[in-house]
Design a protein around this ligand. Structure first.
Ligand code: PLP
Length: 243
């Protein structure tokens, strides 16, 4: 299938899901997950109007950024880091991404704070939550976020925490993940209440994103309130891993 056809289908699914749940499609940002895919495919996607790209691997993202600058393509692309980030690679990502979705530990958040302070910038991040409590996945627990959101926000002045992210379990039946998406939305709402009650309306106001839903389940995620969906296979086709 052609990339243009795939994109058309994804956008019409997003619109249908928004319509069904009384949401405005402008509330949902499509992140085209381009990991393992060549710049050429990203550039096709860009030509069709996409601006948000998700990458999982720091080295791959850096190579693509360098190469796209050299070729003078993707000039205003927004790069999203969505994969597990090691603290020793934080410095390559801070200042070079629109949003880091995958902040999965306090240790990593502290490293991002330190590097952002050093560079005198504020870095936008999401906190990754392991809602389904999968052994194999990174992330904070729901309880950790609930009990420490105030400290997570306040002890990191060079980081803007813009919301929450989760990767739901792999399933053939998207509806199975509905409860996880709902739980993430409820957790976000609770965090906002906590911040408002602490008189931090500004911090509460920017804490609104829900990055959830991938190729298999983004429609359900949108119905449950996703503001960002991360779609790879549904746009670029299957990935061939050689990493
Ligand atoms: C690869 C990946 C995606 C995209 O997955 P698809 O099933 O190909 O849409 C989304 N989010 C994360 C964190 C990923 O690693």
């Amino acid at each position: 299938m052609l990339l243009a056809d795939n994109l058309k289908i994804v956008h019409s699914n997003i619109e249908a899901a928004c319509k069904l749940s009384g949401r405005n499609p402008s509330e949902v940002t499509l992140i085209a997950v381009s990991k393992t895919k060549p710049l050429e495919a990203m550039n096709q996607c860009y030509a069709l109007g996409e601006r948000h790209f998700g990458e999982n691997y720091v080295q791959e993202m850096m190579n693509k950024q360098t190469e796209s600058a050299a070729q003078k393509i993707l000039p205003d692309a927004k790069w999203h880091m969505i994969g597990h980030l090691q603290t020793n690679k934080v410095r390559f990502v801070v200042g070079n991404t629109a949003l880091i979705h995958s902040v999965d530990s306090l240790h990593l958040l502290q490293a991002i704070e330190r590097d952002s302070k050093k560079k005198a910038i504020i870095t936008d991040v999401l906190l990754e939550v392991n809602v389904a409590q999968e052994e194999s996945k990174w992330g904070f627990s729901v309880e950790e976020i609930r009990s420490s959101i105030f400290d997570l926000v306040f002890q990191h002045p060079h980081v803007n925490i813009r919301g929450l992210m989760t990767s739901a379990p792999y399933t053939m039946e998207a509806n199975d993940n509905r409860l996880y998406f709902r739980e993430l939305r409820e957790l976000r709402d609770e965090c906002r209440v906590t911040l408002v009650k602490s008189n931090q309306t500004e911090k509460a106001a920017i804490f609104q994103e829900l990055s959830m839903g991938m190729t298999g389940d983004y429609v359900v995620a949108i119905e449950e309130g996703a503001t960002m969906v991360r779609v790879g296979t549904g746009i670029f086709g299957e990935r061939k891993y050689q990493l």
